[in-house]
Design a protein around this ligand. Sequence first.
Ligand SMILES: [Zn+2]
Length: 279
Amino acid sequence: MNTKNYGIIKDKIKETDAIIIGAGAGLSTAAGVNYGTLNFKENFPELVKHYGFTDMYTSSFYDFDTEEERWSYWAKHINYLCIGMEASETYKNLFNLVKDKEYFVLTTNVDRQFLKAGFDSNKVFEVQGALTKIQCSRACHNKLYDDTVMIKEMLEKNEDIKIPSDLVPKCPVCGETMEVNLRKDNFFVEDDYWEEHSNNYEKFINDNKNKKIIFLELGAGFNTPGIIRYPFEDLTYKLPNAFLIRVNDKYANVPNDIEDKAIGIQDDINEVIKGVSEL
Ligand SMILES: [Zn+2]
């Protein structure tokens, strides 16, 4: 840990006109909103016993036999990582660092932690979807449905690894099964809200392209580098007054062609945000 970096980050944020946070899985992991979660066995012994699941991430790709089982699983997953989870200290500290600046958030995280921590929803683009939204599995229409009430009812009436059949959601238009709105295939629905936020992101960059702008990249590795990591490098290179702060516990190196406009900090993201907050 190099605490000297904390001062650099603090000063950069203070001096900048605008700040774009790019957040990947590493941020939520550091914040304790964790897919490979420590308490998985304790919280979901029935899933471990019945399916042999080991964590929330790999289990989400399981091919369930019935919709009753599939939604029993997702209700637990969504409640555990999102609906029943409060804002973490990490996200709250991050909000306090940027709340008085011109900011925008681009995130691949689906746990809604930014909104819970107080970030303005107009300034948070959740590009890969959100756990609180469901869609038609065939994407037959361009609409998303809030699932928070539905999930609670599923949990109340759930028995072991199944929900009652009458709670299984069906597409109101074509009658097909429903899916959580997470980008995993070509059926991912981008609704008007998604489009609007995508436009807000483009506009934010355009409005600030000649100003002092910081790209604060937190925990974006190589799962989907084309969404945050590579575009941030590219924009840092192109925009005259841009600076990239890359915090990653594994992949913090920055390319040579932007090394005078960037800093890579290989460290625990939670520790870094906390350290900067306490200065
Ligand atoms: Zn449909």
